[in-house]
Design a protein. Structure first.
Ligand code: SAM
Length: 426
């Protein structure tokens, strides 16, 4: 009897292992996850119990297991056995599947919407904030009822056009404010779908190099004729000699992934800036757009915020610097001077609304691909919940939640555009 049990357990382990290896092979990331393997074993056990007890509540067991794993191992004990694996699956797989349905969703960060929507996104008066928040909520809910989105003056808009042109307006701002020209050597760290790199190359003739954690992005860049390297921000130091010197460095919506919650201390920004200083020529500029977390994420009041917070944090990894100066306070020490600092929170909110309206419009979901990636990836469910819009759940949409001002006037995050200038070598 005991031997039979042992053989059964062994058989289950082998079957789960084979299924996961096959699923992993079918993803773009192709990296085996130990956390996912443990969770999949729990799934197998839950199915076994359902078969014998006919109690479907066992379905909750693997989900609870993953939650406890994240809470105890990652959060409480600070043990991160697979750093950035969730992020790799998020960008290599989840977003790639989403983009398949709508190419206009391939912008991973905010644009500039002032000109397009005829609104001052840096006016943080209650009146302006309320106007934009009410507009956003309406557009999100209306999209589920197939109502065309409108702008703040109630005129119908084409969200694909806004998504596209908003980025172009921001790129124009970048080129102008960083004074990029044909003699500039530019480095983009954590580039996305190459739009900014292509824009700079086409409109200024500058030489541009890209680095990214995700291999899909790097391959794409090389295929488009760019010099590109697979570099984790954390290991930038090891690539300094290979990369050379730059007049401009850009980190556009990617420093959110530098610090991993709990494990890393704020000195990680200090080290990163040291590398930026070494990579920059004297007088060179570093432009960063980064979400900052505000007022302890407004988590002090008990409501379902914790659902949003959990999925946002676990579905993305990374950790934001604290608003307003956790980043900038290390500038002076690293001979970098802040020459511009703008709170662009409302631009990020508008971008997110437009992005979700695009998702809702093209609600074709390839369940097989998502299910397959779920089997392979550690926190795919959390990533999925973080970026998937559901009807009537505007306030329980984890990505959006961070930009929505709550009833007490608190906003979980702000977003800053900062330009630094290197004033001297270290
Ligand atoms: C929000 S997207 C922004 C992409 C792009 N800059 C843009 O504006 O569309 C974040 C990017 O950072 C990359 N990334 C995430 N973690 C990283 C890390 N540790 N090192 C380097 N790149 C990373 C992701 O692969 C992704 O392309």
């Amino acid at each position: 009897m005991r031997n039979n049990n042992k053989s059964l357990i062994f058989l289950i382990i082998i079957v789960v292992l084979i299924i996961q290896i096959f699923s992993t092979y079918l993803t773009n990331t192709k990296k085996f996850s130990i956390q996912a393997f443990l969770r999949n074993l729990v799934w197998a056990y839950a199915f076994y119990q359902i078969y014998y007890t006919k109690n479907i509540l066992w379905l909750l067991f693997p989900i609870l297991f993953n939650f406890l794993y994240n809470y105890i191992i990652r959060y409480k004990l600070n043990i991160i056995i697979e750093p950035y694996l969730t992020t790799e699956y998020l960008y290599n797989d989840f977003f790639e599947y989403v983009i398949e349905n709508n190419k206009n969703l391939n912008y991973y960060t905010e644009g500039s919407y002032e000109k397009l929507l005829n609104i001052n996104t840096m006016d943080l008066s209650d009146k302006n904030i309320n106007k934009i928040m009410n507009w956003g909520e309406k557009q999100y809910n209306n999209s589920f009822n197939n109502l065309s989105p409108v702008d703040l003056d109630n005129k119908t808009i084409n969200t694909d056009y806004i998504a596209h042109q908003g980025q172009k307006d921001k790129y124009e701002w970048i080129v102008k404010n960083l004074n990029i020209n044909k003699n500039s050597r530019v480095l983009e760290l954590g580039f996305g779908k190459l739009d900014l790199m292509k824009y700079i190359r086409a409109n200024t003739g500058a030489k541009i190099v890209g680095c990214n954690l995700c291999i899909e992005h790097v391959i794409d860049a090389i295929n488009n004729g760019f010099e590109a390297h697979q570099v984790d921000h954390k290991h930038l130091k090891n690539y300094i000699n290979k990369l050379g010197k730059f007049d401009i460095i850009i980190t556009n919506g990617t420093l959110e992934y530098l610090k991993i919650g709990g494990g890393d201390k704020e000195e990680i920004y200090d080290d990163f800036m040291k590398n930026i200083n070494i990579l920059l020529n004297k007088g060179g500029k570093w432009y960063t757009t980064t979400i900052h977390y505000n007022n302890n994420f407004c988590l002090n009041t008990f409501d379902l915020n914790k659902y949003n917070y959990y999925n946002l944090a676990l579905g993305n990894e990374g950790c934001y610097p604290v608003f307003p100066n956790e980043l900038t306070k290390f500038a002076k020490k690293n001979n970098l001077k802040v020459v511009k600092q703008e709170n662009r929170w409302l631009d990020y909110y508008i971008y997110s609304i437009i992005w979700f309206c695009g998702c809702i419009k093209n609600r074709k979901t390839n369940i097989f691909k998502h299910l397959n990636a779920y089997i392979a990836a550690p926190n795919y469910l959390e990533s999925y919940l973080c970026y998937t819009p559901f009807k009537n759940l505007y306030y329980y949409q984890p990505w959006l939640w961070q930009f929505i001002q709550n009833k007490n006037g608190c906003v979980p995050t702000y977003h800053q555009w900062i330009i630094f200038e290197k004033i001297n070598h270290l």
